[in-house]
Write a protein that binds this ligand. Structure first.
Ligand code: DAH
Length: 344
């Protein structure tokens, strides 16, 4: 009997401690099953009582009944306590619910670097009065080569390895220069256009060459256009592009069949004054081919080359972006490397 009394006492303390850290109704149910369920502790205490003498049963019986009742009350109280606690938490949560602070986790998108750089280039030239022009990527031999003063079998064709199409005289354009003639034919002169677009070269790829890349072509035709107009335009463009007033340009002779004279324009490194890795310690960066439009090109476009003259230039858009943003591999532009894309 003493043993049973002890167990009754322990029952209470165990029940209380089991209820202490309870947080859900499910956990309360588990405790109920353990202590008061059909196979629970209280049932086994009751069956242990059967072995007692009658007078002991008279003492233990009421004790067990009382234990059962008070335990049921304890559980009921705990249940109630949990319900009101959850209600309170919900109220508090709703009270402090700030719709504007809600930020679900989502993938962010951004403009591709091409879009950014091309928009920047276009904005600068639009501010100088240029229009934006476009042309087909699958081009004819005429516009890509012949009208650009590169006749069939001319060795200058080797300068631009070509993807020929299975259609006679059709190719993937090797440069955006052909847009010059299309624009002059379409709009006549005077004319000022820039034409950014994809070009294709049948070349092995490496960190600075790709079989597909983008160029920006520029053309201005009017009366009395000279080399000084070209140089002033190139310099202004570069100063705007790199947001630096003290950028200078230098000119070297360069051969391009569609301009005469043809030049290559370098600009002073915007990142250093005494040589760095971008300018390869030379303080100058090569960027564009340019020159005065060859009379043959004007004539192929139906423009009177005695009255009109013009300048043209072309440069690689990836090259601009690589210099401006410190990108070291041209192939990254067409890759889906998310760690690169995410930076723009
Ligand atoms: N089309 C040339 C190229 O792909 C670039 C170029 C050079 C464009 C001189 C021009 C120019 O308009 O005058 O390499």
């Amino acid at each position: 009997m003493e043993n049973l009394k002890k167990q009754i006492f322990e029952f209470k303390t165990k029940l209380k401690s089991s209820l202490k850290n309870i947080a859900t109704q499910d956990q309360i149910e588990q405790v109920r099953i353990t202590f008061l369920g059909r196979k629970g502790t209280i049932v086994s205490l009751m069956s242990a009582m059967k072995a007692l003498a009658v007078e002991d049963k008279r003492i233990i019986g009421p004790l067990l009944n009382e234990l059962k009742k008070s335990s049921e009350n304890l559980l009921a109280e705990k249940k109630q306590e949990l319900i009101s606690q959850q209600k309170q938490e919900k109220n508090l949560h709703q009270k402090h619910f700030d719709v504007s602070a809600y930020k679900p986790h989502h993938l962010e998108s951004s403009l591709h670097i091409y879009t950014r750089v091309i928009e920047r280039i276009e904005t600068i030239f639009i501010s100088m009065g240029y229009d934006i022009a476009d042309g087909p990527e699958a081009e004819t031999d005429f516009y890509n080569f012949q009208a650009m003063n590169i006749p069939k079998n001319h060795p200058a064709r080797d300068m631009q390895d070509t993807f020929w199409l299975n259609v006679p005289d059709m190719l993937m354009r090797t440069h955006t220069s052909g847009i010059q003639v299309r624009q002059m034919q379409k709009k006549g002169v005077p004319l000022a256009v820039v034409a950014p677009g994809r070009v294709y070269r049948h070349e092995a790829t490496d960190a600075s060459h790709d079989f597909m890349f983008t160029q920006c072509e520029g053309l201005l035709v009017d009366k009395n256009i000279s080399m000084s107009n070209l140089l002033a335009t190139a310099k202004t463009f570069l100063q705007e592009l790199f947001e630096k007033k003290d950028i200078n340009i230098r000119v070297r002779p360069g051969y391009f069949p569609f301009v005469e004279p043809g030049i290559e324009i370098d600009f002073s490194c915007p990142f250093c004054s005494d040589g760095c890795s971008v300018c390869k310690k030379t303080k100058w960066i090569e960027l564009m081919g340019a020159g005065l439009v060859h009379p043959h090109v004007l004539q192929a476009s139906g423009i009177d080359s005695k009255t009109y003259s013009g300048f043209a230039f072309g440069f690689g858009i990836e090259r601009v972006a690589m210099i401006k943003y410190g990108i070291n591999d041209i192939r990254l532009f067409h890759s889906s490397a998310i760690n690169v894309l995410k930076q723009f």
